[in-house]
Every structure is written in structure tokens, then in C-alpha cells.
Design a protein around this ligand. Structure first.
Ligand SMILES: *Cc1c(COP(=O)(O)O)cnc(C)c1O
Length: 241
């Protein structure tokens, strides 16, 4: 990327960022929430690290990658103060490359994966913060556990001391119908609240991660504490990842 291209992309970001912050404020206000309790995480796939460091300087403190390889490619050049999350589907054989390098793994969707994260965390003498990914729309194409499996899954995770469950995450169904989307996000909020109050070992739920470029305002309305926004900040991606 040459200098002119970089400058152009940073300008696109600056404009988009302003709009996203305004929208977050609007949505929080409409919901009677304090916008300070909502974390904006930039979903950074396909975005060059120079643009990301610019975004960090403008105020984006949280960033999430969804591919291990891309994360590793950018990790060294990315400002060391950025809070790094892993937000994509994680294969067990790649866990080792991620544990200890990210602050939160948002996408734990099986006991096998949780156990591998625990194993690698133990080897490093750390405890890893994770979210449980929920397939809230019961879609066959989506990863995540079904909401009715959550109770027993949390029971199993509470036995694993190298893991600290910090909350729930969902991608949510891609729907054009805003009313339907609201229903799914409401279901997530209910699950979150029901489990937040439970007193279980290694489970301390304070993060509800939902909402992307198309629907983050709806997610804020339904209690999201962390939204993951990509294209609404950086512009449309050339290809789908
Ligand atoms: C890409 C991605 C996002 C953001 O998607 P946009 O529609 O570009 O905002 C959020 N979450 C995950 C897991 C992603 O991979």
C-alpha cells in the first residue's frame, strides 16, 4: 500500500469512526444506557496494520481478528497497547499460537476447544479469559452451542480452572427483518442475565458480545456490552472472509 492509499483509507476510517460513535451514542441514549459501558471492538480482517495503528491512535482500543494466520501476520507490527481479541472459529490445532497473545478468545464453542485452551494456558502458567459462542438462531451453518446446551456446557467449563468465562458471544442470524433480529438479541440478553447471576467457579460473566456493522444499534438496544464492527469502520471488504 502506498502513502496515498494509506492516507485515503485513514480518511475513510476517520469519517466512519465519527459516524459509528454518533450511532453508539444515539442507540445508548434511546435505550437509557451509558455509552461508556459499551466497548467498540474493531473487526480487523483484511485491513492493513498501518490503518489499524492509525485507528488505534484515533481511539480504537480493542481489535479482533478471526483468522489465526492473519492475526500472527499483523501481531508484531500492531501497537502493543491494543487490546487483542480472537473472534473467529478456532481450530484446536491452532490454539497454541493464540493463547497468551490475546486478551480474550470470544469463540469457544466446544469442550474439546476449551480443554485445549486450558492445556496451553497451563503450560504458560496463565488463565485464559473466554466467551462462549452461542448459535442463537439454531442455524446448521453456524458455529456455537445451542442455547439449551448452555447450562451443561457452563457446568463443564466451571471445572476447568485455566479458563475464566467472561460472557457470551453470538454472530446472530443474517436477517433482513429487524424485528426478528431484535428477538434473537433479546434471547441472548436473557441468557446472559440468567447466567450472570449464577455463582459458579471460573464463570464471571460481564461481557455480552453481539452486533456487527449491520445491527450494532439493535444490539445496543438489547444490552450488548461489546460490539464487533468491521466494514462500518473500514469500508466494505473486497471479499468475504
Ligand atoms: C467480520 C466479523 C465481524 C464484523 O463484521 P462487519 O459486518 O464487517 O461489521 C464481527 N464478528 C466476527 C466474528 C467477524 O468475523
Amino acid at each position: 500500500m502506498n502513502e496515498m492509499e494509506l492516507k485515503a483509507r485513514c480518511e475513510v476510517f476517520d469519517e466512519n469512526y465519527k459516524r459509528v460513535l454518533e450511532n453508539m451514542n444515539k442507540a445508548a441514549q434511546a435505550a437509557g444506557r451509558d455509552v461508556q459501558e459499551i466497548t467498540l471492538l474493531a473487526a480487523t480482517k483484511t485491513v492493513e496494520v498501518e490503518v489499524l495503528n492509525h485507528a488505534y491512535r484515533q481511539g480504537i482500543q480493542y481489535m479482533g481478528e478471526n483468522r489465526v494466520q492473519e492475526f500472527l501476520q499483523k501481531n508484531d507490527a500492531l501497537d502493543k497497547n491494543v487490546h487483542r481479541h480472537f473472534i473467529g472459529t478456532l481450530q484446536t490445532n491452532k490454539v497454541k499460537q493464540i493463547v497468551g497473545k490475546v486478551e480474550l478468545i470470544q469463540s469457544v464453542d466446544s469442550l474439546k476447544l476449551a480443554k485445549e485452551i486450558a492445556k496451553q494456558s497451563k503450560a504458560q502458567g496463565i488463565v485464559s479469559d473466554v466467551l462462549v459462542e452461542i448459535n442463537i438462531g439454531n442455524e446448521t451453518s453456524k458455529s456455537g452451542i445451542l442455547s439449551e446446551e448452555l447450562d451443561s456446557f457452563l457446568g463443564e467449563l466451571s471445572e476447568i480452572k485455566e479458563i475464566n468465562v467472561r460472557g457470551l458471544m453470538t454472530l446472530g442470524p443474517i436477517l433482513t427483518n429487524a424485528q426478528k433480529k431484535l428477538q434473537y438479541f433479546d434471547k441472548m440478553q436473557k441468557l446472559f442475565i440468567d447466567n450472570k447471576g449464577k455463582n459458579m467457579d471460573n464463570i464471571h460473566m460481564d461481557i455480552l458480545s453481539m452486533g456487527m456493522s449491520e445491527d450494532y444499534m439493535t444490539a445496543i438496544q438489547c444490552g450488548a456490552t461489546l460490539i464487533r464492527v468491521g466494514s462500518a469502520l473500514f469500508g466494505a471488504r473486497n471479499y468475504n472472509v
